[in-house]
Design a protein around this ligand. Structure first.
Ligand code: DOR
Ligand code: ZN
Length: 362
C-alpha cells in the first residue's frame, strides 16, 4: 500500500466521538470547468477547497492541440478568484488525427498533464472522439514512452449493448486489449460505476488506477428512476444497481492507492437538464468534500479520506501532494445553495438526499 494511516490523522480522529479532521488540501482528478460565463460562475465552487484539478477537454470545439490547451489554461487562470492559486492540470482530447509530436511537446514542456480518450459518441461533446482504436496506437506509444497518463471514458457505444453494461463490456473488449498492446501506458479509468471497474482498476498497481465520483458513492439507479425521473441525478456513466455502489464505497474507503477522487462535476443549466432530452452531468463541486466526509464517516473510514481525496491522485500522477491543509468539522446541519447562478443560467447543486453535518474550513 502506498500510504499507511497517518498517525497525526488518527490521533485527531477517534471513531464515534471525534468531530474534527485535518487533511492535506484535496485535488479533483476529473473536472469539467466549461468556458466563458459558465466557467466564471462555477470556478469558485472548485477553488474554495481544491488545490488542483484535471480539466476535461470536451469543450465545443474540443481542446485537441497543445495550442488549444495553452489558450484554455490561460482563460482558466484569468477567471480564478482574486488571490487564488488553484492550478488547472490540462488535458488533450484524443482524436484519430492527434499528432504524437504535438502531444510529446505539450507534455514535456509541462503544459499538459494527461490525454483523454473518449470513444466517439460516448458522452457530452464526444463526437470527435475515437472510433478506431488502432488509429491512436502511435500516440499511445508516445505517451507510454514519456510517462503521460491516458484518462479514459470507459464505455462502449454500440447501440446493441445495454447502457448498464457498457462499462463492463468496454473493459473486456477495448481497455484490456488496448493495455496489452501498450503495456507501459499509465491509464486512469475515469468515473468507474461498477464492481467490474473497481476490480479491474486494482489489477495493475502503478499502471492502472480509477477515479470515483462523489455522486456514484451516494446514488444508485433507483435514485434516478423511482418516484419520477430525476434529471439532476442523470450522468454518464449512468449510476448502476446498489451492489455496484457498495463496491465503489468499499473501494474508495479501502485505502488502496488505485482509487482517488475525480468528481466529474459537470455543470449544465437547469434548462438543459430539466428537458425532454436532458444533458448528462451532476454538479457536485460545491458540496463534494462535505458529502465525502459523510460517506467515509458512515463506513468508519474517516482516516482513509485523506488518501482518497489528497494523496493517491498525486502519487499516481507523480506529483507532490498539496502543502497546505483543510479542516473538516462535524457540527450542525450545513445548508448548501440549491443552485449556483451563472451568466448562462442556474446550475443545480448535487442533492445527496440526507443532511450533511460536515463544515470545511481552511
Ligand atoms: O455525465 C457526464 N457529463 N459524463 C461525462 O462523461 C461528460 C459530462 C459532461 O461533460 O457534461
Ligand atoms: Zn467527465
Amino acid at each position: 500500500m502506498g500510504f499507511g494511516l497517518d498517525d497525526a490523522v488518527l490521533a485527531r480522529y477517534a471513531p464515534g466521538m471525534s468531530t474534527q479532521l485535518q487533511i492535506t488540501r484535496p485535488d479533483d482528478w476529473h473536472l469539467h470547468l466549461r468556458d466563458g460565463a459558465m466557467m466564471q460562475g462555477i470556478l469558485p465552487e472548485t477553488t474554495r477547497h481544491f488545490g488542483r484539478a484535471i480539466i476535461m477537454p470536451n469543450l465545443v470545439p474540443p481542446v485537441v492541440t497543445g495550442a488549444d490547451a495553452r489558450a484554455y489554461r490561460d482563460r482558466i487562470l484569468a477567471a480564478r478568484p482574486e488571490g487564488c492559486d488553484f492550478a488547472p492540470l490540462m488535458t488533450l482530447y484524443l482524436t484519430e488525427d492527434t499528432d504524437p509530436k504535438d502531444v510529446r511537446a505539450a507534455h514535456t514542456s509541462g503544459l499538459v498533464t494527461a490525454a483523454k480518450l473518449y470513444p466517439a459518441g460516448a458522452t457530452t461533446n464526444s463526437a470527435s472522439g475515437v472510433r478506431d482504436f488502432d488509429k491512436i496506437q502511435p500516440v499511445l506509444e508516445t505517451m507510454a514512452e514519456i510517462g503521460m497518463p491516458m484518462c479514459v471514458h470507459g464505455e462502449v457505444t454500440d447501440s446493441d449493448i445495454d447502457i448498464f453494461d457498457r462499462e463492463a463490456v468496454f473493459i473486456d473488449q477495448v481497455l484490456d486489449p488496448l493495455r496489452q498492446r501498450v503495456p507501459d501506458l499509465k491509464v486512469v479509468m475515469e468515473h468507474i460505476t461498477t464492481k467490474d471497474g473497481a476490480d479491474y482498476a486494482r489489477s495493475a498497481p502503478g499502471k492502472l488506477a480509477a477515479t470515483i465520483t462523489t455522486h456514484h458513492l451516494i446514488i444508485n439507479r433507483n435514485h434516478i428512476l423511482v418516484g419520477g425521473i430525476k434529471p439532476h441525478y442523470y450522468c454518464l456513466p449512468v449510476a448502476k444497481r446498489e451492489e455496484h455502489r457498495l463496491a465503489l464505497v468499499k473501494a474508495a474507503t479501502s485505502g488502496n492507492p488505485a482509487y482517488f477522487l475525480g468528481t466529474d462535476s459537470a455543470p449544465h443549466t437547469d434548462a438543459l437538464k430539466e428537458n425532454a432530452c436532458g444533458c448528462a452531468g451532476v454538479f457536485s463541486a460545491t458540496n463534494t468534500m462535505a458529502c465525502l466526509a459523510a460517506v467515509f464517516e458512515k463506513e468508519d473510514a474517516l482516516p482513509q479520506l485523506e488518501g482518497f481525496a489528497s494523496l493517491n491522485g498525486p502519487s499516481f500522477y507523480g506529483l507532490p501532494p498539496n502543502s497546505d491543509k483543510i479542516t473538516l468539522t462535524k457540527g450542525d446541519v450545513v445548508t448548501f445553495p440549491e443552485k449556483i447562478e451563472t451568466g448562462d443560467g442556474p446550475v443545480t447543486v448535487f442533492d445527496p438526499g440526507f443532511p450533511i453535518h460536515w463544515h470545511i474550513s481552511q
